[in-house]
Every structure is written in C-alpha cells, then in structure tokens.
Design a protein around this ligand. Structure first.
Ligand SMILES: Nc1nc2c(ncn2[C@@H]2O[C@H](COP(=O)(O)OP(=O)(O)O)[C@@H](O)[C@H]2O)c(=O)[nH]1
Ligand SMILES: [Mg+2]
Length: 650
C-alpha cells in the first residue's frame, strides 16, 4: 500500500535547505522572481521525492529568514516529519532553535538532521558540529535521529541521506484517512482553460473528484472538486499526508483570503477556545491577560490570552488558557498552534486546543481549573479517547447523540463505540428508537436529585399517604415530558429502584425512607376522629359537619382532610360523595343485609333495606351501589337479591 507522507525542511537561513531539496529531487523551490532577486525563499517551496515504488514523499521547503516565521509556521503545519538542515561551518543558529521549537510545538515527533556544507568543513569540524547537535536535540523526539553529513553543492552524502529519509518514512504511521477532510490553502492559481486550482497539505481524511467541498470560513456554500493532482500527477482522490492540488468549480479568485481552508463538511466558525499553552525555553513571561498573534496553518489572528490555571507562566512552563480570537477561525480540538509576540514578532510558544466550544470563563474557580487540567492531561497524554469522551458528555450537560459526539471529536462512530465498549462508559450509552445517546453520569445524577426533591415535597405535603408519584406525575414535576425524556426517566427510575433509593407502592414511586408517620398528638386526633365517625353510626357525617366538631379538638381543615384520606387509605372509613361511614358499620350492614336476603327468596326493596338498618336515603343508595359492585347482591327492578358470591360470605 502506498504511503502518504509529507517531509518539511527547517533550519536557519542560508544553511542550504533549498539547495539540498534541489539536489535530492531536481526541483527548484526558489521559483519566484522576487525570491530569486532577494536570494531567499519568501513563499513556501514544494517538491516531491520518489523514494520507492510505494513511497512518493511530499516535500515542503520553508524559508529560514527570521522575517518569514509566519510562512514557516504555515509550511510546517501538517508535515509528518522534519529534515532539519544545519550548516557544518556555522552550527546551531537562532532560527535553527526557533524552527525546532515550532516543529516540536506542532507535534512533529519524527525526523532527521542534515549536516550540510560538509565540503566547507574538515573532519574535526564535522565531529564538533555533531556533538553540538546531539546536545541540542537531547531530550527531544529527535534525540536519536540520524545526523548525516552532506553537501548539496558537491553531492556528498546524498545517497545516504536518501536512505535515512526512507528509513524514517517507513517507520512513521500515516495520519488517519477516516477523519474529516481538511486542508489549509497555501497557494491559489487561476489557470487559463482550467480555472481555479488551490494547493495545500491534506491534514486529515480524503476527498475525491466530483465530491462536494466547503471553503471556510465564510458563506461560499458548496464547491465541487473537478479534478485532483498529487505530486504533479492526476489522481482520483487525495488523502491525509498528501501535497494536493485541487481544481475547484464555484470559486472566484477574489473570493479567496489567506487563512481559509477546505473541509469536507461546513464546520462552524469560532472565536473562543480553551487551550493548553506552553512557552518556549527562554526568559519570556506572560501574566493572566496578554495579547498575542495566534497562528495555525495559514490562519493568523490577534488574540487575547486569559490564563485560567495559573497567574503567570515563564519559559518552558505551561497552563490552560482561554483564547479570544479577533478573527473567526475553523478549528478542531487537538489542533496545534503557535503564539507570537505582537510587538517584536518573537515566537514565544504555542499550544494545543482542548475545547473549541468552551463556556466563557469569567471567573477562575477551583473546579474549572481541575476540569481543564484533567482535560489537558487526557488530550496530551496519548489522547485517551475515553477520558475525552467522558469530559465531552459531561460538558454537554444533556443527552448527546453519538453522531454529534463523533463530529465534535472528529472521530468515526465505530471508533467511539469501540473505545467505550470496554469501559464503564458503556452504561452511559442508551438506545432509543434506533438512535444512540450518551447520557453522562452527572446528568443522570441531576435528574435523580430532582426526582428525590419532587418526592420529598410530595411526602411532606402528604405525610399520611402511603403512595408516592407515578412516572407521569414525576415527569411533570421534573419537566421531562417528551418521548425520549420519558424513556430516559423510566431508565433512571428503574436504576434508582434497583439501587433501593426508591420503593414502589402500587404504580407509584416512594422514597425509601418514607413512612406514614404522626406524633402522639396526631395519633390522638386521628383516634378521636375515627371514634367520632364510628359513634355517629348511620347519622351521616359529612366533611363540613366534621369540620366544626374537629375545631374543638384543634384540628384545622387541611389536617382534617389529611386524616380522613389516611383513614380511607387504610380501609377505616367509607366515603360516599362528601359523606362518610365507618367501615365497621358498613361491615355490620353488609352482614345484616345478606342474612335478611338469604331468608327472603323474593328479596327486599330499597325502603325495607332502609328500615332494616335505619339509614338515610343517600347512604342506602350508596351502599346498594357498593354491594352490587362487590358482586354480593343484584338488583331486579325494585328488589335486591343475594348472589352466589353473597351466599358464600355468610
Ligand atoms: N559550499 C556550499 N554551499 C552551499 C551548500 N548548500 C547550499 N550552499 C549555498 O548556500 C547558500 C544558501 O543556500 P539555500 O539553499 O538558498 O539556503 P536556504 O536559505 O537554507 O534555503 C547558497 O548560495 C548556496 O549555493 C553546500 O553544501 N556547500
Ligand atoms: Mg531556502
């Protein structure tokens, strides 16, 4: 399988980067007239090197002059490894250091060193230069990188350099082709008969001829890929790690601005982000607030930096900061950037984006600091995807579709599913009507807290009721009434039930600790009330009548209703409309009636029933309805008859 990789040059001006690329590839990167005149590379140079049948390497040649660091940063963004060029006759120079710092900050972890102009140095100088370089790269990713003495003028060491480049390239794994396609545009041409052609280093994903593509930021809408070239040859598609030329339809030359990129999807513009920033070694220092130039790819903007986790940082130190950009950018989490001083254009450091949609952090709380540091650690320590997913779903603070999460993290859905499958995050993933959602533990926790609050309030208002609330009643109180909400609520209630936070009483949920409870005084009042109702016998007692008697016992209306509900719920009293009978009396009447009916084959009528038990008309009618419902008597025209079920009761 062909491999897609880009090598970038780095090093001080005049150390021979461009000459070396020309010697290796035959391609002259200094093609611009102005550059020829000034003798330095202003724009980026591009070449390619056919290493093996399988390996055609893209090359970006950057300028070494200190005035063109911005161009260097643009060129270095997206390279897979670095060819650091150091002239044997002058050794490490300021831009050797500056370029190397930038390369490291951009996350480039592979490369090799060409010790150029070997023709100008004797063996001893070469050995000294090697020692100096070994000390320079100590502790960095290039610590054990090969140092190859070469001369681009007399052709010394070129074969060995090519071999070492091949070895490095063979050891590197390509960037992912399954992520979102992105490419910063570093050149744009308007070619006669062809139209607009743009070039760049493909940062991720892939794109093919005929596909839709978006020019961002801005409102250009969809563009179409007409045709593609890779390393000067026409191809069907280009992918991460390619230097690509894309022929676009739908774009005018004047629509283009520096800093724009092409993306496979219309990504949102952002101006606010949280990032881990780090200063290069040196004696610079920044405080809580500072102004910087923020640079990533070909994009650059003034930016306000607000340190969140420290009050100041010095050389070699890092902190999490909130960055406010002056211009809108298209940035994804984990993108790397460079920070430059606004006044003297010194490159001071850089960083990695932790969160491209942060909240505006006005105050720096301890909790915020802890969260951001955890996020920084998760992202910078070999990208622990599960930790990132957890932080992202926690931050969402509501259920989040797996598709949405995948887009936010620029991962595929299978990547996310695989990552969570062996972790406790699996239990945060719930499926509803064919969609998969992540629901964070803290979100479920918040709902649980609301449920407990609602039940606590309910029990406080109804201390004498056994029952709690039904799912739908809870849904209303915690504001979760949509279909998905109800489904989620059911799951959370089920979990609370299995964890024994809740009990069930019939179809209602009740707090575990809930007990129908009353104090001595209440007990006395309830006993008095029950006796009163019992004593009044068939003399009807209505709530209204009871109310005035109850007042003599210092029972207020609300309390009275509560006591009555309690007595009814416990089967002590029987309500018919507003009126009440004690259940012991109802039992007695039931028995009297059944015995009577059993002796009278033709039954008795309603009036006879009234005389039998000395009841009011209303009470008698209510009792007849009750006994018919119980199935122990039946009514035939005006007569009441006992049923088989009634006979069994005697
Ligand atoms: N003697 C000698 N001169 C070289 C060598 N490589 C480059 N140069 C010269 O150094 C100058 C700067 O080279 P260039 O490739 O433009 O350097 P760059 O700024 O790093 O791209 C040119 O005049 C080259 O001819 C070399 O290996 N030996
Ligand atoms: Mg050059």
């Amino acid at each position: 399988m062909a491999k897609h990789l880009i090598m970038g040059t780095a090093g001080h001006v005049d150390h021979g980067k461009t000459s070396l690329i020309r010697a290796l590839t035959g391609i002259d990167c200094d093609t611009h007239k102005e550059e020829k005149e000034r003798g330095i590379t202003i724009n980026l140079g591009f070449a390619h090197l056919e290493l093996t049948d399988e390996l055609s390497l893209g090359i970006v040649d950057v300028p070494g002059h200190k005035d063109f660091i911005k161009t260097m940063v643009a060129g270095a963004h997206g390279i897979d490894f670095v060819l650091l060029v150091i002239a044997a006759d002058s050794g490490i120079m300021p831009q050797t250091r500056e370029h190397f710092n930038i390369i490291k900050m951009l996350g480039v972890k592979n490369g090799l060193i060409a010790l150029n102009k070997a023709d100008l140095a004797d063996d001893e100088m070469i050995e000294l230069a090697k020692l100096e370089i070994m000390e320079f790269v100590e502790g960095s990713a290039l610590e054990n990188a090969p140092i190859v003495p070469v001369s681009s003028i007399i052709g010394l060491g070129l074969d060995e350099l090519r071999q070492e480049i091949t070895k490095v390239a063979e050891c590197i794994s390509e960037k992912s082709h399954s992520t979102l396609f992105r490419m910063y545009i570093d050149r744009i041409f308007n070619l006669r008969g062809v139209g607009i052609v743009v070039t760049g280093s493909v940062l991720g994903g892939e794109i093919g001829a005929g596909q839709d593509i978006f020019l961002l930021p801005g409102k250009y809408g969809k563009l179409k890929v007409k045709s593609l070239e890779r390393h000067g040859k026409s191809v069907e598609k280009v992918s991460a790690g390619d230097r690509a030329a894309i022929n676009l339809s739908g774009l005018k030359y004047d629509d283009f601005e520096r800093g724009m990129l092409l993306a496979g999807e219309p990504l949102p513009e952002i101006t606010l982000l949280d990032a881990r920033i780090e200063l290069f070694p040196g004696n610079q220092r920044i405080g809580v607030w500072s102004q910087m130039i923020f640079q990533t790819g070909t994009f650059s903007s003034k930016a306000k930096i607000h340190l969140l986790t420290k009050d100041e940082i010095a050389g070699n130190e890092s902190a999490v900061a909130q960055i406010q950009l002056e211009k809108p950018a298209i940035l994804l989490n984990h993108d790397r950037f460079i920070l430059r001083n606004t006044s003297n254009y010194l490159t001071v450091g850089g960083g990695i984006i932790l969160d491209n949609r942060p909240l505006h952090h006005r105050r720096r709380t301890e909790k915020l600091r802890q969260n951001l540091e955890a996020l920084a650690l998760a992202i910078t320590s070999q990208q622990n995807l599960n930790a990132i997913i957890r932080l992202e779903i926690e931050k969402a603070n509501k259920p989040i579709l797996i598709e949405t999460l995948a887009a936010l993290l620029t991962k595929s859905i299978p990547e996310i599913e695989t990552a969570v499958s062996q972790s406790e995050l699996q239990s945060s993933l719930i499926e509803f009507e064919g969609n998969k959602y992540f629901v964070s533990e803290s979100f479920s926790g918040k709902i649980s807290t609301k449920i407990i609050g609602a039940l606590r309030a309910w029990h406080a208002q109804n201390p004498l009721k056994e029952r709690g609330l039904e799912v739908r009643e809870i849904a209303g109180k915690v504001n979760m009434t949509g279909n998905f909400d109800l489904f989620l609520l059911g799951k959370i209630l089920g979990k609370m039930h299995s964890e024994k936070v809740l009990r069930k009483v019939d179809a209602t949920y009740v707090l575990k600790e809930h007990q129908v409870k009353f104090d001595r005084k209440m007990q006395d009042q309830i006993t008095w009330l029950e006796d009163t109702i019992h004593r009044s016998g068939m003399q009807r007692s209505s709530i209204n009548e009871l109310e005035s008697i109850a007042l003599t016992q210092n029972i207020k209306k609300g309390q009275l209703v509560m006591y009555l509900q309690y007595l009814a719920a416990n089967g002590k009293i029987y309500f018919y409309g507003e009126d009440i009978l004690h259940n012991r009396l109802v039992d007695k009447i039931r028995r009297t009636l059944l015995l009577k009916l059993n002796e009278s084959p033709r039954g008795i009528n309603e009036k006879e029933f009234r005389l039998l038990v000395d009841g009011t008309k209303k009470a008698i009618q209510a009792l007849i309805t009750l006994f018919v419902q119980e199935g122990i008597i039946e009514k035939q025209t005006f007569y009441l008859l006992i049923t088989e079920k009634g006979k069994e009761l005697i």
